[in-house]
Design a protein around this ligand. Sequence first.
Ligand code: BEZ
Ligand code: FE
Length: 287
Amino acid sequence: MQYITEENITEIALSRWGTGHDPRTAELLTALVGHLHAFAREVRLTEEEWATAIRWLVRTGKISDEKREEFVLASDVLGLSMLIVQMNNKFDSAATPATVLGPFHLKDSPHVEYGADMSDGIPGAPLYIHGVVRDIDGKPVGGAVLDVWQSDSEGLYESQLKGVDEARLRAKYTSREDGSYCVQTIVPFGYGIPNDGPVRELVNLTAMSTFRPAHVHFLIDVPGYERLITHLFREGTPHLDDDVVYGVKEQLVVSFVENEPGPPPNGRESAEPFFTVEYDFVLQPRA
Ligand code: BEZ
Ligand code: FE
């Protein structure tokens, strides 16, 4: 019979959690328990601090639903999401780098034609993002589905708005046989992470920025290639150097070129000035 003491409790807990039926489960849970105990010992966690943390976790769970992913946001602002992205997406230096998915991706975006307007009347300066999807050897990738989403000029995503029953600022485009794609949308703005939840409350306990720089999200999942989740960021936009979710990589910062009225890249006409971004997405073949 071994009675519990402050000295032996970690060892005993580790041996119990080490009995996980699956070896990986045992590895994950013993490492988690070991780090939690080490954390509590290192900072001499008080009961009041422990209770505050538990209440924060409860509130984070309660505010989450199928559209609001507050735990994903928590992972993002802690830098955990980008750490995991980088450990698991070690692409060739020629490939487009991966970044965080974030909490605002919705799965069922409609499939649209080459150059279709996913902003559909939402106010903003017209923006065309176009280029080629190819692999690291330069081979065009036709038939690639580009799942694209962004916020509006208030910094709000569809999932943050009540009563929206049609896809808003999101669509799926398919690259043509020569790999070319063209997205019509509006110029994105930077925005702060939601200010009505426990994650923002936590960030507000520090002096760090609560902002993300202006960007558009892309998810490209093609059989035979590594899935690419990434963003394109507007060059010169504020907060490229202190993105609250650590998502900015040099290769993803792109120039938004301003154009006079005339034919945009989708071959139609634009009676107003418009912006263009030319960017080739380079996919990593699956090992
Ligand atoms: C986003 O860009 O949608 C996002 C990503 C991570 C946290 C918050 C927002
Ligand atoms: Fe975003």
